[in-house]
Ligand binder design. Structure first.
Ligand code: C5P
Length: 201
């Protein structure tokens, strides 16, 4: 039976880590919807039209090696403000969400727009400093040459653009459970998310 878990929140709040762990725990499939926007944004860097890029996304585009760079993140957030780009990606996400066996989708608008009927909705947050620290560590460990200040500025610029846009802005669904991970270890955040799911199964 289909069972959908929607996990939204700002950049680097811990959504990805929590989503992966929750999906593994329940044996559900996981879709990082940010990858769809990153892959679309990445294709526009060489001049491809954003709507065309979104309409012709291939599975292989989601495996490109450089999707995690700050440059691609900014391009993602720019194309994500275009309602036509968002529309092009809706069907794929909804089909994924309703697959038999359960699904976890993480992003910005999963609980509000993509899956308003999701059985569980979480909105994962953390303070700006903590998010920047986590993303800085992730990027430098991955060999990217960035400064902490750059990372913080990047997160703030994306959050501002993602929250202010008219099409599917970043905001918690009215029935979402908020999970502030600022003072939580990964294990604590995952345990808290699992117990929210257990309570609704
Ligand atoms: O989650 P991630 O940081 O990979 O997302 C990259 C960008 O893609 C976000 O800043 C946002 O603009 C966009 N996005 C979105 N809706 C989603 C997922 C990501 O608009 N569901």
């Amino acid at each position: 039976m289909a069972f959908t878990i929607a996990i939204d929140g700002p950049a680097a709040a811990g959504k990805g880590t929590v989503s992966k762990a929750v999906a593994a725990y329940f044996g559900f499939a996981h879709l990082d919807t940010g990858l769809l926007y990153r892959a679309t944004g990445r294709r526009t860097l060489d001049g491809t039209d954003p709507v065309e890029a979104a309409n012709s996304l291939q599975a292989a585009d989601l495996e490109a090696g450089d999707l995690r760079t700050p440059e691609v993140a900014q391009a993602a957030s720019r194309v994500a403000a275009d309602p036509e780009v968002r529309q092009a990606l809706v069907d794929f996400q909804r089909a994924f969400a309703r697959r038999a066996g359960g699904a976890v989708l993480d992003g910005r608008d999963i609980g509000t727009v993509i899956c308003p009927e999701a059985e569980v909705k979480l909105f994962v947050t953390a303070s700006d400093d903590i998010r920047a620290e986590r993303r800085f560590k992730e990027l430098t460990e991955g060999g990217h040459d960035v400064s902490y200040d750059e990372v913080l500025a990047d997160l703030r610029a994306r959050d501002a653009r993602d929250s202010a846009r008219a099409a599917a802005p970043l905001k918690p669904a009215e029935d979402a459970v908020q999970l502030d991970t600022s003072r939580m270890s990964i294990e604590e955040a995952v345990a808290a998310a699992i117990s929210e799911v257990e309570a609704r199964r």
